[in-house]
Design a protein around this ligand. Structure first.
Ligand code: LMR
Length: 330
């Protein structure tokens, strides 16, 4: 889809020689193209096409245009799409151990998170996905820590969540997390969150700032609590049959492009939070329609205490040892 980046002369030569790519690689995701994931997917497209000299035509479909998050894993297994990058929570049905990343307050900071992802725990979890045969796990991408938001009462203490309806992704850990504070969790696809918030189907949700802002959830929420209580990341996966069909040199090109895209994605994610906070603060001051709540360390500690009770419920599913290994990762 990006022949023009080859340059006008090269593109003209290809057009007259009746050039067609040897492979078409469709890439689908559910978020805006301006999020870190969206930008990295577009960069991956550009780099694969450059490195393969156009032998692979990459086509990126953002915003659930091709598949929503209820369908994309199935579509990948059937090779109807070749690359997807669902959030780690969405692997629950095929590799429930991935829910480790959903455990509230498990990561001390970004460095701890990266050390877990890039270390032994991340490798073990990737292998659970690889075992599924139709797909191979490439790299972890990052969206950032999640914050709580609400359209009813401001969420300052865990008791404020009592009786509220929260949108969650399809993860048992996230379900337990909201139940632990008296909330009513409801699984909804990402593409339906805005209207569900607008119509009061749910009162609140949790998002990394990039998803919250690019999907304009601030228009349909009255408060945002900087809770950073949980994490949202991605695993980029490719259809195994498609990968196996690629000649070795093209596989090397794709791996190189993915390595570069991962580095860019993480950098973007780190930069994005600060930029979005500025925008949201401005919006909050100008419109008076969004209250931004910074928690004190004591208030945050109360959320941690209330939500962390869910851990033992997942010792069997995720593995107590693996959870311990993640916590103990330096
Ligand atoms: C969500 O459903 O909230 C996220 O997984 C969307 C995404 O891909 O970041």
């Amino acid at each position: 889809m990006r022949k023009l980046v080859l340059g006008t002369v090269a593109a003209a030569m290809l057009a007259t020689s009746g050039f067609a790519a040897d492979y078409v690689m469709k890439v689908s995701h559910v978020v805006s193209a301006s999020t870190p994931k969206g930008k990295a997917a577009d960069f991956f497209e550009k780099r694969v096409e450059e490195l393969t000299g156009g032998k692979i035509d990459v086509q990126v479909f953002p915003n659930s245009q091709l598949y929503g998050d209820g369908e994309e894993i199935k579509a990948l297994a059937m090779n109807n799409v070749q690359v997807i990058m669902p959030s780690l929570s969405k692997f629950t049905s095929i590799a429930p151990q991935m829910q480790l990343f959903d455990l509230p307050f498990i990561f001390r900071d970004k460095q701890h998170l990266y050390n877990v992802m890039d270390g032994e725990v991340g490798k073990i979890l990737k292998s659970k996905v690889d075992e599924k045969k139709q797909m191979i796990a490439l790299d972890y991408w990052d969206a950032g820590f999640k914050d709580l938001s609400s359209s009813t009462k401001p969420l300052i203490l865990p008791t404020d969540a009592n009786g509220m309806k929260f949108r969650i992704q399809s993860s048992k850990v996230l379900e337990a997390q909201f139940k632990s504070v008296g909330g009513n969790p409801q699984v909804l696809p990402f593409s339906e969150v805005y209207s569900a918030l607008q119509q009061g189907v749910v009162d609140g949700t949790e998002n990394p700032l990039s998803n919250f802002y690019t999907k304009k959830f601030h228009e349909v929420q009255s408060s945002l609590t900087m809770s950073e209580h949980g994490y949202l990341g991605y695993l980029v996966v490719m259809n195994e049959q498609f990968w196996n069909k690629l000649p070795k040199d093209l596989q090397a090109n794709v791996s190189q492009a993915m390595k570069e895209a991962t580095a860019l994605e993480r950098k973007e994610s780190a930069l994005e939070d600060a930029k979005i906070m500025e925008e949201l603060t401005k919006y909050s001051k100008e419109t008076n329609k969004l209250q931004i709540i910074e928690l004190t360390p004591e208030q945050k500690q109360q959320w941690r205490k209330a939500m962390s009770v869910v851990y033992p419920q997942f010792y069997d599913v995720i593995g107590e040892d693996l959870i311990k290994k993640a916590i103990d990762t330096k």
